[in-house]
Design a protein around this ligand. Structure first.
Ligand code: URA
Length: 438
């Protein structure tokens, strides 16, 4: 292939002149094989941060990044559907929505990530189940997708290697917060993972990766455009992340809450969001012919218990101890479980998601680095959330800790996260809205 000088693309991006598909493809190939130096890649990332990319260029960039490594072929499997959340606090919807979609007839073969910054990661949550493996080979991943219809694993080493290098450089160079770079990073991995239908949950608010609503909306629109330009059926929900989703934050506590939701007794916001996302997976993958039929199939899969059975089958297939999920009372627990008490009685008017995440981090429940994982047992369970009344002296939340000193600092932080004592708030949680492509 004829190669170009990477400086041409850096200069064109810096100057805001239009980029060609070939130039972007060549640059990404150079990022993958090392022809493009760290300095050149970093300069280009900064140029994108400052000048942006057209939607068309973002779609070309994403497709080149997806093609930089292994691309899974799921075409022999029926109704393939994937789901992605841009991340939040207490966001365990994958553990609820994916089993619902799979029980309704989708093949859900999903690669997930670990915790990133203050947001939790599905792989860390799953690995809190004793014995469960997420490092599946490509063959093992495809076999489980075929035989069980549901697999959630870590990304294989060769998935979108161009993204791996660019992602590391973005972290080092202050270029993480660019809408086209985030969209290309997320969607390159979704395209390479091969599903025909992709449902995105794009969060905004204090606990989200992209806090301003307007920017999250741009991200959602661009990701839909990128997916559709690459031949996939895509839908994006723009949903609030100003308070934690559900009541539990912390890896095994979130697994427990996901199981409760699949049993029919979980928190209403988690149940509603999971049903919404699962229904769109069912619709876009062609299992259902209309949105109404998809809604009905999602509800039936949940209420019949078939979604819970699907999650248990997946856990067993990945070597996890499913009997713990069948009898949650046997799940391991942190050594200290203590309340945060309400001081002034009244209504809970705010639970700041970011601060709750900080309190969980203080307990040791966050991933500190690739090597240093979270304590799976620690976390927080809200006893009261926004719109609920609490009397002075009653528990607002429970802290699950394994270290008394950490417990005290986390309790202080959690106290600042919850605003209680005000008037009854006007409105409940906003479930979000579906967004059309750019
Ligand atoms: N997740 C990704 O995979 N990439 C980003 O850039 C941000 C979140």
């Amino acid at each position: 292939m004829e190669t170009r000088d990477p400086r041409e693309l850096i200069e064109a991006t810096r100057d805001g002149t239009s980029l060609t598909e070939t130039a972007l493809r060549d640059f990404v190939a150079g990022v993958t094989d090392g022809r493009v130096t760290d300095g050149q890649a970093a300069a280009w990332l900064m140029a994108v941060c400052c000048r942006g990319l057209s939607d068309e260029a973002a779609a070309w960039l994403t497709s080149a990044m997806a093609a930089s490594g292994e691309q899974l072929d799921l075409s022999a499997l029926p109704h393939t559907a994937d789901k992605h959340s841009t991340g939040g606090v207490g966001d365990k919807t994958t553990l609820v929505a994916c089993p619902i979609a799979a029980a309704a007839g989708c093949t859900v073969a999903k690669m997930s990530g670990r915790g990133l910054g203050h947001t939790g990661g599905t792989i860390d949550k799953l690995e809190s189940i004793p014995g469960l493996r997420t490092d599946l080979s490509t063959d093992g991943f495809l076999r489980q997708a075929r035989e069980v219809g549901l697999v959630v694993a870590g990304q294989t080493a060769d998935l979108a290697p161009a993204d791996k290098r660019l992602y590391a450089l973005r972290n080092e160079t202050g270029t993480t917060e660019s809408v086209p770079l985030i969209a290309a990073s997320v969607m390159s991995k979704k395209l390479a993972a091969g599903a025909g239908a992709i449902v995105l949950d794009v969060k905004w608010g204090s606990g989200a990766l992209v806090a301003p609503r307007e920017e999250a909306l741009q991200l959602a629109r661009l990701m839909v455009h990128i997916g559709e330009a690459n031949g996939r059926r895509v839908a994006a929900l723009l949903s609030p992340m100003d308070r934690p989703l559900g009541r539990a934050v912390g890896n095994l506590l979130e697994v427990r809450e996901a199981v409760e939701t699949l049993r029919g007794s979980g928190p209403p916001d988690l149940r509603a969001l999971s049903l919404e996302l699962a229904a769109r997976m069912i619709e876009l993958s062609g299992v259902a012919r209309s949105p109404e039929e998809a809604d009905g199939r999602a509800l039936e899969a949940l209420e019949s218990g078939r979604a819970l059975a699907k999650l248990l089958a997946m856990v067993r297939a990945q070597g996890g101890d499913a009997s713990l999920l069948e009898d949650p009372a046997r799940m391991p627990c942190a050594t200290l479980v203590e309340p945060l008490l309400c001081t002034a009685g009244g209504w809970v008017t705010a639970v700041d998601a970011r601060r709750v995440a900080e309190a969980v981090e203080l307990l040791g429940g966050a991933r500190l680095s690739r090597e240093v994982g979270p304590d799976p047992l620690v976390g927080i369970v809200l006893e009261r959330t926004v719109g609920e009344e609490c009397r002075a002296g009653e528990p607002l939340a429970w802290l699950h800790a394994n270290d008394p000193a950490r417990l005290e600092t986390a309790r202080e932080c959690l106290g600042r996260a919850i605003t209680a004592g005000g008037e009854m708030p006007a409105k409940g949680a906003d479930p979000g809205e579906w967004v059309a492509g750019a």
